[in-house]
Design a binder for this molecule. Sequence first.
Ligand code: PLP
Length: 430
Amino acid sequence: MNIETSKSLFQEAEQHIVGGVNSPSRAYKGVGGGTPIYMKKGEGSRFIDVDDNKYIDYLGAYGPIITGHAHPHITDAIKKAAESGVLYGTPTSLENVFAKKLKNAIPSLDKVRFVNSGTEAVMTTIRVARAYTGRNKIIKFAGCYHGHSDLVLVAAGSGPATLGTPDSAGIPAAIAEDVITVPFNDISSFQKALEQYGDEIAGVLVEPIVGNFGIVEPKEGFLQQVNDFAHEAGALVIYDEVITAFRFTYGSAQQLLGVEPDMTAMGKIIGGGLPIGAYGGRADIMEQVAPLGPAYQAGTMSGNPASMAAGIACLEVLEQPGTYEHLDRLGALLEDGIKNSASSYGIDVQVNRLGGALTLFFTDKEVENYKDAENTDGEKFASFFKSMLSKGVNLAPSKYEAWFLTTAHREEDIHKTLEAVDQTFAEMTG
Ligand code: PLP
């Protein structure tokens, strides 16, 4: 495959942009390096790169693209917004329309606030939880990514319930001391953390269905117990639904799972591909936020008309009947095809799938938490990724990420993808 133009663009980028990329995961470090492919056009489920190679896309821009690239309804909404001026700094009626649409879809949201990214949304829910409870510490689950604000870039130390250590340079140890990390799906470690620090915990940050060490569902009853124990300790429960909101159903994972948090952070899908974040929750908690309350949060770009219009348009597409059945049906085809092919070549894989999102792990063991995901074979994944790319299938360049289907994917895409999977497995064992 000729990728000469991508190569020269990347070399040029390295001169001017740190690491050549504007988000580290794009640099293919998770798959042993290489030249990131520069795409020039996306349409539906497909991409064309700058060397005119064609791909079926499962990256979905790391999640926001669920209606396919350049969906006409969203494109029209963005064009219309641009023609009326992209940014006012005054309120617009679109913000009301969108806030009502989100509230109708997710009943736990009494009040919402729009921001510009998932990072901002999560960061602010923590501030609000601290303001509401008058406490400082948070509990998070190991391996869950909640954006790049200081407090959540903290990884577990050793042991089941440990004070965090910073995961990035530039984060003071004092900040990490406010974060307690416990393994996902392990209720006794969570209880231990509460026994030790319960009256200092402002909030518990939860990805209700994990998307960041692969798709990992909570064990039966786990989230309800997290809610009950956290509330007993006087802590708030915050769901980070940046990946999960509108992914599996028209609404959020909390509805799918039947557990309601106090606050929810969102992003990705709700912007239809434009920058967005949102957080919301119970009215008495949200009233902590300025201008009503003492917790400050602001944003020049927040609620901008283009993001609002794109988000509304995206939800209008998703609320059409059959959307999630389509994603689930194609997801199941993909899952079955991958598993059949793997078993015919004697390759051990686990496919964790829910609806139109799945992760392929190279392991013979079930993946229920971060340790399990860490222990899967990264080298095999890297070979798989590179081979799939060379056969025209664009996946996320990391063993921890999900494949995202869109409403634009068709059975033909799945069949072509499965042919590439089969050839790849043949090469890996040949
Ligand atoms: N929370 C979760 C669960 C995410 O997956 C991400 C991004 O991948 C974020 C928060 C941060 O969102 P953003 O990249 O929009 O800042």
